[in-house]
Ligand binder design. Sequence first.
Ligand code: ZN
Length: 306
Amino acid sequence: MKVNIHEVCPRDGFQSMPAFDKDTKVKIINRLVKCGFHELEVTSFVSPRAVPQLKDADEVISEIDRSQPVTLRALVPNERGLERAHALGIKKLKLMLSGSDSHSLYNANATTFDALERYRSVVKKATTYNINMTGSIAVAFGCPYEGDLPVKRHEEICDKYEQLGITKVSLADTTGMGNPHNVSKILRHLMKSFPHFTFTIHLHNTRGMAFANALAALEEGVKDFDSSTGGIGGCPYAPNASGNIATEDLVHGFEEMGIDTGVNLDRVLDVARYLEDIFPDQVDSFLLKAGKAKSLHKAPGRQRIK
Ligand code: ZN
């Protein structure tokens, strides 16, 4: 079995850390492009006032290594973001959308459906630029303000996306409120109602449930997974949001189960160590602490008790 790993550290990770310099960002991305990811989410073209950590997005993208066979994608909240992405030759974009009105009002100053309506012109323009658009649903497995979202809500959002011509949607557990049971329930329902859609799952490990949730999604047939090297990430518009599932933990877990990720785990671990050197308080990764399960230790021999 083969799955696709989408690395999101340069967007989810960078936006959740204290601002740092452009050259370091370029250096991190240039290491990530060589790890074998299916896609790399390189930034979010948001207003620098909203997310000052990404204010140098345009300069960063214009300096990174574009020679590697990895699809670069970015998040956009509006037409202005689309124009910036187009000017930089980004060919895959993800629309930012919250599944609940409370989170959406805080995040985008509009209800979920008003925000979706505003995307109509963005998608239309993206088509003329030959840019591949995908959708997202943040807080899909629990909203910190409203709790669980009824699956009808996901259905209505997917219907709207389909009307816009979008059939690839990322479901995000933005604040790690999901559990394998509701992840399965929602995915089973959506995959039955929208069999022609491709769903990506975007997991945060806020409550230690991310790998279990990834397995639940895998069992429902999901093949596309977001993760962040070093487990760094968060959401500026949600209380207690913390890191994404660490890429090295997700890849290691899948590979241990015989599932091919196409990712070079040693390279990912090198980047994670580099991140740990710069941001020791932000990195959260089981594999960095414990090493690979198959890295055996030399047997110490019989215990000598004095
Ligand atoms: Zn996230």
